[in-house]
Ligand binder design. Structure first.
Ligand code: PHE
Length: 452
């Protein structure tokens, strides 16, 4: 399946799959609380800059690398290095990305499982009658390891089932049906939220920036969010790019994918913040923002159990179409490098991801580490390496051929960003991220210089 012979059935199928990969819990769950914790609109602006100048060029790079020979992330990077007269060891660029997507899948599935459970619980009216700010009661309905383990298992099994059914029989079928449903539901729910909630407050929170709120940590969070949300640095877009035909316009597709992903994040903000503000909740509450607070809020609204069920179902669709891209990335490597069958590869990597995810449920604190290593270190390192690889290792001529139907203007912008801007920006993000985790004091020092 990962060979050069399999291709997307249509451009529509490719775009739905790629947008499905990009749009996920990162947009519906992570973006709102990152915005809340990092100063609202100021964060949004920095985020948009990170997308435009760093994540979007890397997205183009990954799609091109994958399409070059239509191989898995590992095979693609190795082959492209060889074609450039460089060492086959450059396949480590692919390996790092694959490690990142695998690591992300482990904890992603735990959160996605909770989303699935919440959808069902909400539809069944289990949250009904909870007072707003009854977060502890809501949380107690999904208590302990048993619930989390069960739903994590259900979610992984669903992802394995889709990936082992193949690109055409599994992934394309799922995304071409679910993504259009997702968009209709998203629009419907945001209209509902804007008309029943504190719309004006939400809009100014998202769009009226207070620039003094920008610190090095804002930039760090925004860059991390841009990588995670577009899904770059994890070799997923190399894998999806490997099924692209040569005539596909990569610059154009990458623009559509990045644009759709950004739009969904902003619309998700317009769906969630009116509800948050109307109920006096704290937007900076963190990762529990959606799980602890929203069910209780929904239950107090007309038709709330149903609306809440829809909201979590929406998040489930987004999560599933992302998880299958993460799992496919590792499976494609298993098929190509280890000679596994499609089903065996999906099942083995699914089982491995399940094991690590289950460990994060049982061992307190482990999840934070896995998120740090996967979502921060490996993801940004993967992005940094891809930029360096296509910017400095692969000759510009080969990249120009791969991006043959891209305009000169876009190609030059792209080549400049992957050579200079992205390596510097991402390199600094990586250093800041490690510093912030271990409290070496660098970001605090920069913060005091910047006056933030
Ligand atoms: N972009 C996905 C989201 O926003 C997560 C993801 C990360 C997908 C990395 C692929 C690669 O939820």
């Amino acid at each position: 399946m990962a060979g050069a012979t399999t291709q997307w059935t249509s451009r529509f199928a490719f775009l739905m799959a790629a947008i499905g990969s990009a749009v996920g819990l990162g947009n519906l769950w992570r973006f709102p609380f990152q915005t809340g914790q990092n100063g609202g609109a100021a964060f949004v602006i920095v985020y948009l800059l990170c997308v435009l100048f760093v994540a979007f060029p890397i997205l183009m790079a990954e799609l091109s690398v994958g399409r070059h020979k239509g191989l898995s992330a590992v095979g693609s990077t190795r082959q492209l290095a060889l074609d450039s007269g460089k060492s086959a060891n450059w396949s480590m660029v692919g390996w790092i990305g694959v490690l990142a997507s695998f690591a992300i899948l482990t904890t992603y599935s735990v959160v996605a499982g909770q989303v699935m459970a919440y959808s069902l619980m909400s539809f069944m009216g289990e949250f009904a009658g909870q007072a707003v700010n009854s977060a502890p009661q809501v949380a107690s309905l999904y208590d302990g390891a048993t619930h989390a383990l069960t739903w994590h298992t259900v979610f992984i099994v669903a992802s394995v089932a889709v990936v082992s059914a193949g690109l055409h029989g599994g992934i394309e079928r799922v995304v071409t049906v679910l993504m259009p449903i997702f968009f209709v539901m998203l629009v419907g729910l945001s209209i509902y939220a804007l008309s029943t909630g504190a719309a004006a407050k939400a809009i100014s929170y998202l769009f009226a920036p207070d620039f003094s709120a920008i610190t090095p940590l804002t930039v760090l969070a925004a860059m991390g969010q841009a990588f995670f949300s577009l899904g770059v640095g994890a070799a997923v877009m190399i894998t999806y790019g490997s099924f692209l035909p040569k005539e596909e316009n990569i610059g154009n597709s990458a623009g559509i994918i990045a644009g759709a992903d950004t739009m969904v994040a902003v619309v998700a903000g317009l769906m969630i913040f009116p509800i948050i503000f109307a109920n006096g909740l704290d937007p900076a509450a963190g990762g529990g923002l959606i799980f602890d607070a929203l069910p209780a809020v929904f239950s107090g609204l007309p038709g709330g159990s149903f609306i809440g069920g829809l909201f979590f179902f929406l998040a489930f669709i987004a999560a599933l179409t992302s998880a299958i891209s993460l799992l496919l990335t590792a499976s494609a490597v298993g098929i190509e490098q280890f000679g596994l069958s499609r089903t065996a590869s999906a099942a083995i990597f699914g089982a491995l991801a399940w094991t690590v995810g289950a460990a994060t449920i049982v061992v307190t604190g482990l999840g934070n580490w896995v998120d740090f290593v996967g979502g921060s270190i490996l993801l940004t390192t993967g992005g940094l390496l891809i930029a360096v690889f296509v910017g400095w290792i692969v000759p510009g001529k080969i990249m120009r051929d791969e991006l043959h139907n891209t305009s000169d203007g876009l190609f030059n912008f792209w080549h400049f960003t992957v050579r200079y801007l992205a390596p510097v920006a991402v390199g600094m993000t990586l250093i800041l991220g490690i510093d912030a985790k271990f409290n070496f004091g660098l970001s605090a020092m920069l913060g005091s210089i910047g006056g933030g």
